[in-house]
Design a protein around this ligand. Structure first.
Ligand code: PMP
Length: 478
């Protein structure tokens, strides 16, 4: 079954491996459940780079022809239900246009699998159960229901005017002067990241991203065919000196950053770097995309970057972290010169964001939001305090944690001898899980980092979960 390679051919080697295996699978010579050789050993036997085989396998996974599981390698996938036997004819899904996706969907798929009863799972970035917005939110929905004719219609693509007004007032209050006509309401800020990626860049273009960065955004950029130029983040935020060096020789389409309570490190960019970043953006004529879901939760209430240079920043935020992700309501604000371009995409995505939900949020903002956010801030500080205490007790000093106040996340860096994936395997055996660092790295790397979402568990499970991870650290070192 060893694929025959023609090294003179213009067909890339990964493609030759992929086609040969695909032919075998479709013709039935590699029947269902056949185990394919591990990537490394096939690479050695074929005398190619391991990444060549990884690429070929990834394409087969994307076609649904093989399945990969951590620990048990790659196997030929079961025949699709309703398809009595494999046909040598090429099925339609194999002829789809190239799928530009790399590892992210699989990583995100693995995440979903990590939620199990009995396990303390620090995986998902969801708001804690307490304080709960639900009681007051239910009242807001009930109040919104009184105007059935309004809330059961489509509404404007830009969003519900009273909500845009409330959002712009809040942003202005936070130090970023905004008018309601600069705001477009989104169905989650994820939609905004997609709209921005499609509106400000074309496939093949380069963009600057932080490393680590938010996996959901990295996935969108990858689907859009954008190429990430990574810039490290340290304890003061994005390394703006790196951005400066990059802009000397390259012209990325935009700079994607989370300056306040960055996901995953929880770091907030200092004032000096904020100034330097917008100065650079102005000088080079390159926009900044500021993703700010957590800014309102910062104890010291940093002004959004967009306040410093409204004409150079597209701002994104959401109610997912401060109220609830199930609402699927976020927003963007952008320079008026590009609003139409963004709005057209928004319309193509979903016409408009649910007016019912927008009306309820507008009411909630006017009555309960401030009190809720202030309780939430306190809760996040308390959770971090509990985590720090448990870490001091149960983890070796060689595990470094990001020095952050508040926010959802705790970012850990392991010493050279401890890699995050085996640590996760060990922690799972002991009933705790977290997100390994690779998910946050645009191109490669991350295996010496992991993220805990301190909000994903109940408060009294934090210390126990950290203790279990401490035991896992001992186990992987042994
Ligand atoms: N940006 C960042 C940095 C996030 O952490 C998240 C949610 N995890 C989002 C965007 C997406 O949020 P939404 O629910 O509004 O789509």
């Amino acid at each position: 079954m060893l694929p025959k390679l023609d090294r003179e051919s213009i067909v890339p080697l990964y493609r030759q491996i992929y086609e040969s295996l695909r032919e075998g699978i479709l013709a039935g010579t590699l029947p269902e459940s056949t185990r394919l050789p591990p990537e490394r050993s096939l690479a050695e036997r074929l005398n190619v780079n391991r990444s060549t085989v990884v690429h070929a396998y990834r394409e087969l996974v994307a076609d649904g022809l093989i399945e990969q599981r951590v620990g048990s390698g790659s196997r030929v996938a079961p025949v699709l239900r309703g398809q009595p036997e494999r046909s040598a004819a090429v099925p339609w899904w194999v002829t789809l246009p190239p799928w530009r996706v790399g590892e992210f969907p699989m990583i995100l798929g693995e995440l979903a699998a990590k939620q199990e009863p009995g396990k303390i799972s620090f995986v998902q970035g969801v708001a804690p159960n307490e304080p709960s917005p639900l009681e007051e939110l239910a009242k807001s929905f009930s109040l919104a229901s009184r105007d059935a004719r309004l809330v059961l219609s489509y509404g404007d693509s830009e969003g519900y005017e009273p909500l845009r007004e409330a959002i712009s007032n809040r942003m202005t209050h936070r130090g970023a002067k905004t008018r309601s006509k600069d705001v477009i309401v989104l169905t989650g800020s994820t939609q905004g990241i997609m709209i921005v990626a499609q509106s400000l860049a074309e496939p093949g273009d380069e963009i600057v991203v932080e490393v680590p960065s938010y996996p959901g955004a990295l996935q969108i950029f990858q689907i859009c065919g954008l190429r990430a130029i990574p810039v490290p983040v340290d304890e003061e935020g994005m390394r703006v000196d790196h951005v400066e060096a990059i802009l000397r020789t390259r012209r990325p389409r935009f700079i994607y950053t989370m300056p306040s309570l960055h996901n995953p490190t929880n770091v907030t960019m200092n004032a000096d770097r904020r100034e330097r970043l917008v100065t650079l953006a102005r000088r080079a004529g390159i926009p900044i995309v500021e993703d700010d879901p957590y800014g309102e939760l910062a104890a010291d209430g940093n002004a959004p970057l967009v306040g410093l240079a409204p004409e150079y920043v597209v701002y994104l935020s959401t109610f997912s972290k401060t109220i609830a992700p199930s609402l699927r309501v976020g927003w963007l604000s952008a320079p008026s010169t590009i609003l139409d371009r963004l709005l057209l995409r928004k319309q193509a995505h979903d016409m408009a964001t649910s007016l019912y939900v927008q009306a309820a949020i507008a009411d909630y903002l006017s009555r309960s939001y401030d009190a809720h956010v202030s309780l939430l801030r306190k809760e996040l500080l308390e959770r971090r305090r509990i985590a720090d205490e448990a870490i001091a007790q149960h983890w070796p000093r060689t595990i470094r944690i990001s020095p952050a106040v508040g926010g959802f996340y705790l970012w850990a860096t392991t010493p050279r001898e401890i890699r995050a994936r085996p640590l996760l395997d060990a922690a799972e055996r002991l009933g705790a899980s977290f997100l390994f660092g690779e998910a946050f790295f645009a191109n490669s790397g991350g295996d010496h980092h992991f993220r805990l979402a301190l909000t994903a568990v109940s408060r009294n499970e934090i210390a126990e979960g950290i203790r279990r991870i401490g035991d896992a650290i001992v186990a992987v070192r042994a």
